[in-house]
Write a protein of this length. Structure first.
Lengths: 380, 271
């Protein structure tokens, strides 16, 4: 896919076929009675990667994490950590630590005792434990709180203690189950960046489970989008957004307009297709389409231009409709345009000037247009 | 809330509390009666308390009761807690529902039946009736109460605490001792106190399971009453009431204090 999105990456072991796998799920299946939580799933995660498992609740992402931690045994398949099969190794002997969604702080222990708990289990000398606890408190900016009990802390402080406790043992892998789910929006955004810095500083592998696509996009090197116990796509945030592998992924991440139609012409450089209402779409990436078969064209709202007059260039796809709804969000404006076929199209414009005369208003006729490479052709 | 006391409210409160406490108040008053006759008031005196302290039989019975109650409550707490942990933790073993039902059944079993069946068992085993048998009998029936109290606490216990402890390297037994037990300790303690009181005031099962040389206080009181109620018995009962009242007040004061402290902590954390 070359250069999708605007971020240039220096860390991308997944593009190197010789890079050693850090965590490998091999054909993992997990059944709970009749319910299949994870279905024949394989996945490789590399060292020092910030990896996100993203999906709606019940998609199997938490089960996958719990199998890695050792709280659930896979029904079939195996999990390898640095080449070692984890089967039969109980949670208390695995070199991975987990930060729980509920934080699971021990209510009868102080902050310092909570952080020291894991170190005490390893019989670390007392002086060293004290030193490490001090380091951890500095790391999460909670110096002076060591004598407090968990119920004497605010939600954000509890989250930091949970984090400090789970990294205190310097695990090979840190598992985070919805780490920011209990925080309010503002604090969540700050903490996202703090988590990224922490991961850089410690050089650990992070595997985070989340249902929040924005959170996954912000923090992760790669995202695995999951649905019904299977992986739909594993890719960088930019690839998942700009080149979704299926309708499900396109729909799950961000907003998208999807035109369904029949392919009328196809060669290696692109296709022509006809969507509802005879709308002819020219697309520059043919995908796995076949002439005469069904295909869908997915395009993000910000890649659609909206104007009062028809575009002059004949090369862009364009169709007219009626302005149905306008939502002003400050940084951008969202237009809903109703095509003559009845389909509603979402288009956004960036408000990069403070005062612009609005060219369009409700019930105006408007043209939407987009270039052939602005969207992606999907067959699944 | 209605702050004005209507006549109806006053009457209901007086009637309700009179119904509950008249017998006890009468008993306490007559323990300070000068006369030997229980129903005739002849002036204030503490002589029956002195008499009681000189009654060897009563004091022995009280000592036996205290020992039996302490021992049986302790053993019942250990066994009951273990049963509760197994029943709430291991969700999927065969016959769990049956076992849970069997834990609850002795709660509603008439004491007479429990006592009789234990008596038959002890006779069949050739166990001489005495201190050991009455203690065993009390463990048997109070264990279920402990199990129920602890189980209800465990149902609201956040399992991720145990998972976190294991994740940090604590094997199952250490997890139980360092995390689970401290957190559920209040429930275990109240289970112990429940078992202790149950053993303290049990008459029926003790009469079946106990033998000569291990007469408990309730048995002693009952047998003396059959020979006629003396103010001495009233004195013993007054002391028992005093002990229980003090215990209840102390426990609720401690609870209240902890609650207030906790509330204050949470408010300061929210700031």
């Amino acid at each position: 896919m070359g250069s999708l999105g605007s971020i240039r990456r220096t860390f991308s072991p997944w593009t190197d076929p010789d890079a050693p796998a850090h965590i490998r799920f091999e054909n993992i299946t997990k059944n709970f009675g009749d319910f299949t939580a994870v279905n024949n799933l394989s996945l490789t995660i590399y060292e020092r990667e910030f990896f996100a498992l993203l999906g709606a609740s019940g998609c199997g992402k938490s089960t996958l994490l719990r199998m890695l931690a050792g709280f659930e045994d896979p029904t079939a398949g195996r999990i390898l950590l640095d080449g070692q099969d984890l089967a039969g190794i109980p949670p208390y002997r695995r070199p991975v630590n987990m930060m729980f969604q509920s934080y699971a702080l021990f209510p009868h222990m102080t902050v310092a005792q909570n952080i020291a708990f894991g170190l005490r289990q390893d019989r670390m000398p007392k002086a060293e434990i004290e030193k490490r606890v001090g380091e951890m408190l500095r790391l999460v900016k909670l110096e002076g709180y060591e004598k407090r009990k968990p119920h004497q802390l605010s939600g954000g402080q509890r989250q930091r203690v949970a984090l400090a406790r789970s990294v205190a043992k310097r695990p090979k892998v840190l598992l985070l189950d919805e780490p920011l789910g209990a925080l309010d929006k503002k604090l969540r955004e700050e903490t996202q960046f703090e988590l990224m810095d922490l991961q850089q500083d410690l050089g650990l592998t992070f595997v985070v489970v989340t249902h929040d696509q924005e959170e996954a996009m912000t923090m992760a090197d790669r995202i695995a989008v999951m649905n019904h116990g299977e992986i739909c796509q594993v890719a960088t945030p930019a690839e998942v957004y700009e080149a979704p592998a299926s309708r499900f992924v396109a729909d799950f991440i961000g907003n998208v307009n999807i035109f369904d139609g029949i392919v009328t012409d196809r060669d290696d450089t692109g296709i022509m297709m006809v969507a509802d209402g005879g709308f002819e779409i020219q697309a520059s990436n043919p995908g796995k389409t076949e002439k005469g078969h069904q295909a869908s064209f997915a395009i993000r709202p910000e890649k659609i231009r909206i104007s009062a007059e028809a575009p002059r260039s004949p090369d862009v796809n364009h169709i007219s409709g009626e302005v149905w709804d306008i939502a002003y969000l400050g940084d951008m404006t969202v237009f809903h345009v109703r095509l003559d076929s009845g389909k509603i199209i979402r288009a956004t414009t960036i408000n990069d000037a403070r005062t612009t005369e609005a060219a369009l208003t409700w019930e105006d006729r408007a043209w939407i247009s987009f270039s052939p490479d602005a969207g992606v052709v999907l067959t699944a | 809330m209605n702050s004005v006391w209507s006549r109806f409210n006053i009457v209901s409160v007086v009637l309700g509390f009179a119904f509950l406490y008249t017998p006890i108040v009468l008993l306490v008053i007559y323990s300070f009666n000068e006369s030997k006759l229980v129903t005739v008031w002849a002036g204030f005196s503490t002589k029956w308390y002195v008499e009681m302290l000189n009654n060897r039989g009563l004091l022995d019975a009280a000592w036996v009761t205290a020992q039996v109650a302490f021992l049986s409550a302790t053993v019942a707490t250990v066994l009951g807690t273990m049963a509760a942990v197994v029943l709430t933790r291991h969700m999927r073993f065969r016959g769990r529902v049956l076992f849970t039902g069997m834990i609850y059944a002795p709660l509603v079993m008439p004491d007479v039946i429990t006592g009789l069946s234990l008596l038959l068992l002890f006779v069949a085993m050739g166990l001489g009736r005495g201190f050991l048998t009455v203690t065993l009998a009390h463990i048997t029936f109070s264990m279920c109460f402990v199990a129920v109290v602890v189980q209800s606490r465990l149902l609201t216990f956040d399992r991720s605490l145990e998972e976190a402890a294991m994740d940090l390297g604590a094997p199952p037994l250490r997890t139980f001792l360092q995390i689970t037990l401290p957190v559920i300790l209040p429930a275990v303690v109240s289970g112990w106190m429940l078992a202790f009181t149950l053993s303290l005031d049990d008459l029926v099962i003790a009469s079946f399971a106990s033998g000569p040389g291990a007469t408990t206080l309730p048995m002693k009181i009952y047998s003396q009453v059959r020979l006629g109620v003396t103010p001495e018995i009233n004195a013993v009962c007054t002391i028992l009431i005093a002990i229980v009242t003090l215990g209840v007040i102390a426990a609720s004061l401690v609870n209240k204090r902890r609650e207030v402290q906790r509330l204050r902590d949470e408010q300061s954390a929210a700031r």
